[in-house]
Design a protein around this ligand. Structure first.
Ligand code: 4IP
Length: 148
C-alpha cells in the first residue's frame, strides 16, 4: 500500500536470540498503512538495498519516545520505541522534528489496534534490565505512559 513516511534512521538490533549482538545499523524505514519495513541502505548512492525486516502495524502495542542515555553519541539523541510482540524496536531519528513526525503518524495508524498498552518503559532495556526501573525481564509492565 501507499507510502506514508520514508526516512533513514539508526536502529538498535532487536536481539531476538540470546546470542544476538547489540549493535546499531543505518536503515531506510518505510511506513505504510499496514507495516513498517526497513532496508539496508547505501548512503553514498542514497539507494535502498535489501529488505531487513518488517513490523505489522496491527501488532504494535505502543509508540513512545525514549529518554537517551547520558553518553549516547550525537546521532542517537532522538530515540523512539515501537513495542510489539517481539519486544521493543529502538529507532533513532536525526532530529526532534523527524522523530515527532514519525511518532505522531505511528500513533495515528495504530490507534484502533486491539492490544494497545498504556504502560511502557521510558528508558532502554539493556543487558536484561530496564534502566528506568531496574526491573528484569522484557515482559515487566513498565510505567504509566505520559498523559495517563
Ligand atoms: C544483526 O547484527 C543486525 O543488527 C540485525 O539488524 C539484527 O536484526 C540482528 O538481531 C543482529 O544480530 P549483525 O548484522 O552484526 O549480525 P538488521 O536486520 O537491521 O540488519 P533485527 O531483528 O534487529 O532486524 P537479531 O536478534 O534479530 O538476529
Amino acid at each position: 500500500s501507499e507510502r506514508i513516511l520514508e526516512d533513514v534512521f539508526i536502529k538498535r538490533s532487536q536481539q531476538k536470540r540470546k546470542t544476538s549482538p547489540l549493535n546499531f545499523k543505518e536503515r531506510l524505514f518505510i511506513l505504510t498503512q499496514n507495516k513498517i519495513s526497513y532496508y539496508d541502505y547505501d548512503p553514498e548512492k542514497g539507494k535502498k538495498k535489501g529488505l531487513k525486516g518488517t513490523v505489522d502495524i496491527e501488532k504494535i502495542k505502543c509508540v513512545e519516545n525514549v529518554v537517551p542515555e547520558k553518553n549516547d553519541p550525537a546521532e542517537r539523541q532522538y530515540p523512539f520505541q515501537i513495542i510489539y510482540d517481539e519486544g521493543p524496536l529502538y529507532i533513532f531519528a536525526k532530529t526532534e522534528e523527524v522523530r515527532k513526525q514519525w511518532t505522531h503518524k505511528l500513533k495515528q495508524v495504530v490507534r484502533f489496534n486491539k492490544d494497545l498498552v498504556q504502560k511502557y518503559h521510558p528508558r532502554f532495556f539493556v543487558d536484561g534490565i530496564w534502566l528506568c526501573c531496574q526491573q528484569g525481564g522484557e515482559t515487566s509492565p513498565g510505567l504509566p505512559s505520559a498523559g495517563d
